[in-house]
Every structure is written in C-alpha cells, then in structure tokens.
Design a protein around this ligand. Sequence first.
Ligand code: NAD
Length: 374
Amino acid sequence: VRLDDGTVKTFVGYRVQHNLSLGPGKGGIRYHPAVDLSETAGLAMLMTFKCALVGLPYGGAKGGIAVDPTLLSRAELQALTRRYATEINMIIGPHVDIPAPDIGTDGQTMAWFMDTYSQIKGYTEGAIVTGKPLELGGSKGRAESTGKGVAYCVNFAAEKLGMPINQNTTVAIHGFGKVAIPAAYDLGAQGAKIVAVSDISGGVYDANGLDIAKCEAWVKENKVLKGMPGTKHITNEELFALNVDVLIPAAIDGVITKDNAHNVKAKIIAEGANGPLTKEAVDIVSQKGAFLIPDVLCNAGGVIVSYFEWVQGLQSFFWDLDEVNKRLHSIMKDAFENVYATSKEFNCNMKSAALVAAIRRLERAMKLRGLWPS
Ligand code: NAD
C-alpha cells in the first residue's frame, strides 16, 4: 500500500473460511494490531456456530489485517481496504463468502470494499458485503440490530424466570457502544431502570435510572462517560457487583473471571459482547443460579440482519423497519427456545446448550452432504 508520504508499506491480512457446509462463508473484517491467523481462525469457527445456531444458510468465516487503523489517514485506509479486497476477490463472492464490518471497520470500509469488488467484476455487486451504508443497499435496522437482539433475549429469559421486564426491573450495562446503547434504549422503553452503564473510563450510576439520551449526548461531546453530571461515578468492577436484575456485559471479552464472578448478583446475565465471561466465570455464575444468555445467541442479531441485508440485496427489494424487526424477533425467539430446550434435555447451562444446538445442526448438514470425494 502506498502511504501518503510516497513510501510503500506491506501489511499482513487474512481471510479464513472455517466450515461451508450450511452455505457461503459469513464473517466480519477486523482492523486491529493483534490480528493474526490463529485469532482469525478462532473467530471464523465462532461464526460457524453462531450462523448454525440461529438457522442462517451460512458457514463461518472471518478476515482481518494486522494494523492500527487510527494511525492511517482516510486515503491510506481506503488504499489498504482496496488492496485487501483485490487480494481476496477470487476467494469471496455473494454465493461464496460475504464479509462485513468488525472491530476497526465500518460502513465506509464496506463501501470501498464493495466498490473495488464491483470494479473487478465490471458490474455493481452489492451483495458481496453486508453492513453497507443505507444509500448503497444497507438494511434498515442493521445499526441497532445487535442491541435489539440482546434486549429480546433478556425478555425471553425474564419470561422463563417469571419476572417480566417492567418498572421494577433494574439493569446494569458494561460498555456504552454499538451493542450497549440500543439495548439500553429498548429495555428502557419497556420501563426498566438502567441504573448503570460504563466504558473504558469507568461507570456512571443512578439508582432512579439513567437518562440514556443524556449519557449518549455527553459521550458525543466528551468522548467518555467520565464526568457525566448528576450521576455517581463507579468503577467497572463495582458495576459487575451491583444488586440488579439484569447485567449486560457488552464491551469486551474476558472481563468476568473466577476472581470477580462471585460478586455478580444479577439474575440474568446477557452476553452482549463476545466472550465477556471466562469458562470458570460461566461455571461460577451458573452454580449461583444466574440465567446466562450465551454470546452466540445473545449477540446474533447483527448477523441475522446482515443476512436480511444480503437477501434484500440479491432481490434488489428492500423491506421496511417493521418487517426487519419482526423477522429478527421471530428468528431470535426460535433460537432461544431451541437453546433452552437443549439445556433441559442435557441438564446443562445455556452456554453449553448453545454449542450443542449449533453443532447438532452442523452435524446433520455435514452428514446429509456426505464425504466427497471419498
Ligand atoms: P464499540 O466499540 O461500539 O463499544 C465498545 C464499548 O466498550 C465502548 O463504550 C468502550 O469504551 C467500552 N470498552 C472498551 N474497553 C473497555 C474496558 N476495558 N472496560 C470497560 N469498557 C470498555 O463496540 P461494539 O460494536 O458495541 O462491540 C462490543 C462487543 O460486542 C464486542 O465484544 C463485539 O465483538 C461484540 N459484538 C458486536 C456486534 C455489533 O454488531 N457491533 C455484533 C456481535 C458482537
């Protein structure tokens, strides 16, 4: 890639397709300095399980470039994205492997990617990526879909526990980004009190419920939650230990561990982030009787609406927001019930049940397709 100063720099990028038994590969593209083959392969495998679990006609894939995107100019990022798209164009396609945004990439990245692929082919191919801006064939409801799916799952779990979400429900959310904010709005709209949210700078707390719009406006101005007037400052660790009904870790992985899982008091723990609880923490909170909604189920709303975007793109026919949300709800409800029934069948927690349910579907597909050439 030629940089702004005229020098040429080599970056290392990957695209991994893990299992394509159920359909074309699906998975995001990550721009982060820690990207390597092993992480990309692991994330591709998770996508296989996530797509299988929620019944999408996709296999699992993932891509990435080892780069800190904040150190590149807009022109350099564009050049990097177009180089990457060119290098992998022969192993992707709307019926082969369909990338999407992930950490460090966004709708603009997808627009450059789609444009590069389309120029190589000689015609516009919108269905090559999802997570596109609306003007280029993005789907209504995609931006808030992951958080909305988290809120749906919290409701499904609350129903099972006989404690419906209402004005008496208290919620704490770790993270205040693309997943956390829509989840907070949706649960707040049902009357729940969002008593705490946090980000990299720490958390804010109000026993009477935070005004999420005000928090969002503050972060827009000040970049982080810290200093938000009219609220009490708490640490991220204090947030995990709050006496709330629902805890939603929706920031990063590995934050609830064997060291702090004992402090968690929430009855429902919804894994908005990927892998926020370590394996030991899952065991501890399960033994304490918490209802854990596992990440592959809880945050699948994003890939489900990505699937809707792909379907709409292939048909060049676009749905209204109501239709998107109705279908999202229906798919998440079916997947939740499947995981719940599997947890009863095997007398295991929802985390193990989600993997069992996903691998079962994959196994059936692989056996039906058979081994060929044998
Ligand atoms: P984001 O960058 O929009 O938000 C992340 C939030 O976490 C920010 O508020 C940030 O300040 C906070 N944060 C980062 N490090 C932290 C730390 N050490 N302690 C406390 N807070 C910290 O990211 P996002 O898209 O909301 O993704 C959050 C998680 O959800 C990630 O694990 C991601 O892989 C997962 N996820 C996202 C989507 C999606 O559609 N965005 C879909 C599936 C899974």
